[in-house]
Design a protein around this ligand. Structure first.
Ligand SMILES: Nc1ncnc2c1ncn2[C@@H]1O[C@H](COP(=O)(O)OP(=O)(O)OP(=O)(O)O)[C@@H](O)[C@H]1O
Length: 278
């Protein structure tokens, strides 16, 4: 079954079309990343799919339901980590998570969720005393406490230190292994590469490329760069056939002790796609 489906999605603010015809089809259990520069239309798309923003046109189904008219039962199956944190009253971390857990029919245990996001030692701390990254971890806890079938993560790791990001990646893998469908927006290409089964690049409100991290934008078919230590200093060559090139170098008695063969990184591919879309 397709967990998230959008066809011909459009949304304009005043005269500006922020989302200009987006199609998405995300099967159950997939981790899907939306990439794109600031203002590309990612958050608008995600908020429409969450049922938090009206669309101008297009067909949408999330868990088989149009989010625009969906009720409490549907909402209980959805988890949201929005880009801007929701204001919470002057509660502790533990009270906040327990309070939100109470809104769901079959929540995770609050202590388990707090532990999963690495805030166990902050359970009794007031939310207003948390650091930015700790506050973001709490947002993630609130997004997953209801045991959602579909989880929307809008730039979830902004402000995380490197260790917290790795812990969060592990958490996403656990949720994915449990069968959660996850739609993630991120500006971290390493995050998309580490987590996403598939990804789409959005620019100017349209999808400019879609694929797996390995194949996006023809990445797997793109040539490689072979570099080695030449007699007169470092040498490099672009080639589609590294085996033949290295064979020729070896036959010519070239020193290959510093040989390297590299494909364009996901970031290289992304920047090329964004550049072409301008
Ligand atoms: N409430 C609003 N009113 C007017 N314009 C808006 C509103 N929300 C978004 N926009 C505009 O729509 C466009 C898309 O914004 P959106 O937030 O969807 O982009 P994004 O891809 O999520 O960007 P970022 O990476 O910066 O979060 C931008 O030009 C933005 O200025």
């Amino acid at each position: 079954m397709t967990a998230i489906e959008a066809r011909g999605l459009r949304k304009a603010y005043g005269g500006h079309e922020a989302v200009a015809g987006i199609d998405l089809a995300i099967p159950n259990g997939e981790v899907f990343a939306l990439l794109g520069p600031n203002g590309a239309g990612k958050t608008t798309t995600v908020e429409i799919l969450e049922g938090h923003r009206r669309r101008d046109a297009g067909e949408i189904r999330v868990l088989g339901t149009d989010p625009a008219g969906a009720g409490r039962a549907w909402r209980a199956r959805i988890g949201i980590v929005a880009q801007s944190a929701t204001d919470v009253a002057d509660l502790t971390v533990g009270e906040t998570v327990r309070h939100i857990a109470g809104c769901y029919p079959r929540p995770r245990r609050a202590a388990e969720v707090i532990d999963l996001v690495g805030l166990a030692d902050k359970t009794r701390a007031r939310v207003r005393t948390l650091s930015g990254g700790q506050r973001r971890r709490l947002d993630v806890a609130l997004g997953i406490v209801g045991r959602p079938e579909v989880l929307f993560l809008d730039e979830p790791t902004t402000g995380f230190d490197p260790q917290a990001r790795r812990q969060f990646w592990e958490l996403v893998r656990v949720l994915a292994a449990e069968g959660t469908t996850i739609l993630l927006t991120t500006h971290y290409l390493d995050e998309a590469e580490a987590l996403a089964d598939r990804l789409a690049v959005i620019a100017g409100g349209v999808v400019v490329a879609e694929g797996t991290p390995a194949t996006l934008g023809g990445r797997s078919a793109a040539g490689v760069v072979v570099s080695w230590a030449g007699a007169d200093g470092p040498r490099m060559e672009h080639t589609d056939d590294p085996t033949a090139l290295i064979g020729r170098l070896a036959a010519a008695g070239t020193d290959l002790s510093a040989l390297s063969v590299t494909r364009p990184s996901l970031e290289d591919t992304y920047l090329t796609l964004i550049g072409e879309a301008r």
